[in-house]
Design a binder for this molecule. Sequence first.
Ligand SMILES: Nc1ncnc2c1ncn2[C@@H]1O[C@H](COP(=O)(O)OP(=O)(O)OP(=O)(O)O)[C@@H](O)[C@H]1O
Length: 388
Amino acid sequence: MPERPTSLTAGGLSADDLAAALAPRSSPLTGKSLSVTGLRKSYGGTTVVDGVDMEIAAGEFVTFLGSSGSGKTTTLMMLAGFTEPDSGTVSVDGRDITGLNPGKRDFGFVFQQYLLFPHMTVEENVAFPLQLRGVSKAEIRRRVGETLQAAGLSKFAGRKPRELSGGQQQRVALCRVLVYRPPIVLMDEPLGALDKKLRDQMQTEIKTIQRELGLTVVYVTHDQEEALVLSDRIAIMKDGRIEQFDTPRGLFEHPRTPFVADFLGAANFLNGKVEEPAADGCTRVRLDTGGVLTAREHPCVPGQRVRAAVRPGKLRLVSAEEGCCTGTVETAVYVGSLTRISVRLDGAAPGTPPLRIETAVAPPRVGERVCVTAEREDVSVFDATDGG
Ligand SMILES: Nc1ncnc2c1ncn2[C@@H]1O[C@H](COP(=O)(O)OP(=O)(O)OP(=O)(O)O)[C@@H](O)[C@H]1O
């Protein structure tokens, strides 16, 4: 049969085709739920994963996002069974699998290093997990053929991995996992070695396949954009702990800690003191630089020292009457659809970083005086002693 025309990428993989080829014939949902409680791991007296708890629903796409060394891979490896936890449990659909070895968990793994067998052809690589599971030769031939065809890889079936590009190798790695339809797929920076364009394409493809097959995916990345594109929920990790586990919107709009506010999309922090409560229930912060910023309701007492956080895209340049603080533009850099400006606030203590503002309309010039404010929904308030 001739290879079907592909719709999505120049590289040849149509995610819809691949999902259709791999879709289970009976059940529409293949994913299973995953439950993690009190997962801990130390190396040589240093705790690197410090009490991770999470409930992941069947068919959910969850990402661990955090800086280098925050414990993402170690957590994933404990889910996979490659690393033994010091304490804690991992359950799949309510069944405790903490003691099971990786081969018995029936998870799929995709890593940054494609881990294809170099001495095997593409076809043999994709067939391998089916052979391990004792699938008949005829069925293996059928499923591998179908999968490679859908992935646009049929013409490479006889090649060795070294004769393929990075993107093609990663597709083979993905096929090799999806061919046996594991209910849970664990991926550790699978696109890390690809260039930006190919990464964008593969993100779309992974997401389409995951959604159409209803797979549960746990993904590790340090790329914020990738996490936002792919995930139903994101666990932001810091120092071996989950700072916040939430939807992308929840993390952006309701960060629970200064670290989350700053890590995802950056934040400006303005120090101040809580004013007496007003009838509308809003929290008002008298800034150290002068002016009052109205924030979302936040449990705090009048006089309490706080930090108000506002994203660069949420600070607005307004008239003198509307503004809550004033300053002077230090830099203005046009970056395509918007201009990034930095503003030195009047009265800012020495060493205080300038405000970062992103604006798409009529950017001011360097040296210009500006007035700044923000909508109350866009202002988060944290206790002054909160780290991050
Ligand atoms: N086998 C090991 N022995 C000793 N220390 C380890 C071991 N594995 C991981 N670590 C340490 O545990 C910490 C967390 O590592 P981990 O790989 O989980 O972080 P990560 O968030 O995935 O980082 P990256 O994004 O750089 O991969 C690091 O400080 C690392 O050096």
